[in-house]
Design a protein around this ligand. Structure first.
Ligand SMILES: NC(=O)c1ccc[n+]([C@@H]2O[C@H](COP(=O)([O-])OP(=O)(O)OC[C@H]3O[C@@H](n4cnc5c(N)ncnc54)[C@H](O)[C@@H]3O)[C@@H](O)[C@H]2O)c1
Length: 252
């Protein structure tokens, strides 16, 4: 028996990057995991199976509510439930950093559609299944940028601020159903696509190293303690909260 034995988790944006690391970690502590993304999840699913875990992959665009409902239905049909929802999918690494004066309306809307409405869609699709069982763990992924006011990505910061606000309001709407809603706010993390752009993003690498209490770069693995805690019964009386995992840069 491990801490998430018998539970099913859905992780969005799990084909690569931090999402794939989250999915593998949840499987390692016993969860059956559904990995969804607009990219192919086959490699990430295989990595979990190679570890001896249970996982399936699916193609889901989180901006499409029907696709999100199909994602939850597939998880329930494969594994019998949808106990844990990690809303990790976002437009992040692919975003060009630029002044807010140069962010066009279409780009703004696209970031909001994926990062904010995508989270709303996933939760709207999963909550009815959680309510049926009187139990659920919703883990939203925001960003420490909402507290530190990082420049040159205003659409992103605004989209993640909305995720944090949704966490609080949804915690109140869903608490009576035994469902917790919490947020992980990661600091600047060397995920696959960020590592690939290390030189281009040197400003942010240095900003984080200078500002942190713990003077090293942040790896995806640094987020796993908070993830497993919020997914497990150990956090059943914790809801509406944001855990900042950033080596002690932001303190709120
Ligand atoms: N890496 C960091 O420094 C950092 C810091 C704070 C927060 N975060 C957040 O952590 C999460 C993961 O970060 P990452 O660095 O791995 O980002 P990433 O951009 O590499 O990965 C995001 C994933 O979401 C998927 N995705 C994009 N649009 C989608 C859509 N419409 N439907 C479904 N999937 C979609 C992508 O294909 C990708 O696999 C994101 O929510 C990001 O905002 C990252």
């Amino acid at each position: 028996m491990t801490v998430l034995s018998g539970k099913t988790a859905i992780v969005t944006g799990a084909a690569q990057g931090i999402g794939a690391v989250y999915a593998r970690a949840l499987a390692a502590v016993g969860a059956k995991v559904c990995l969804s993304d607009i990219l192919d999840t086959a490699e990430a699913v295989q990595a979990i199976k190679d570890d001896g875990g249970e996982a399936i992959g699916m193609s889901t665009d989180v901006t499409d509510i029907a696709a999100c409902e199909a994602m939850v239905a597939k998880a329930v049909s494969a594994f019998g439930a949808a106990d844990i929802m990690v809303t990790n999918a976002a437009l992040f690494a692919a975003l060009e950093r630029r002044s807010f004066l140069e962010i066009g309306g279409d780009e703004w809307d696209k970031v909001m559609a994926i990062n904010t409405r995508g989270v709303f869609n996933c939760i709207k699709a999963a909550a009815p299944e959680m309510k049926k069982r009187g139990y659920g763990k919703i883990i939203n992924i925001s960003s420490s940028t909402i507290y530190s006011g990082v420049p040159l990505m205003l659409h992103y910061v605004a989209s993640k601020g909305a995720v944090d606000a949704m966490t609080k309001a949804l915690a109140r709407e869903l608490g009576g159903d035994g469902i917790t809603v919490n947020t992980i706010a990661p600091g600047f993390t060397m995920s696959d696509q960020i590592e690939a752009q290390r030189e281009k993003l040197e400003f942010y690498v240095n900003l984080s190293l200078t500002g942190r209490s713990i003077k090293r770069e942040q790896a995806p693995d640094d987020l796993l303690g908070a993830l497993v805690y919020l997914a497990s019964p150990a956090s059943d009386f914790v809801t509406g909260q944001a855990i900042v995992v950033d080596g002690g840069m932001v303190m709120h």
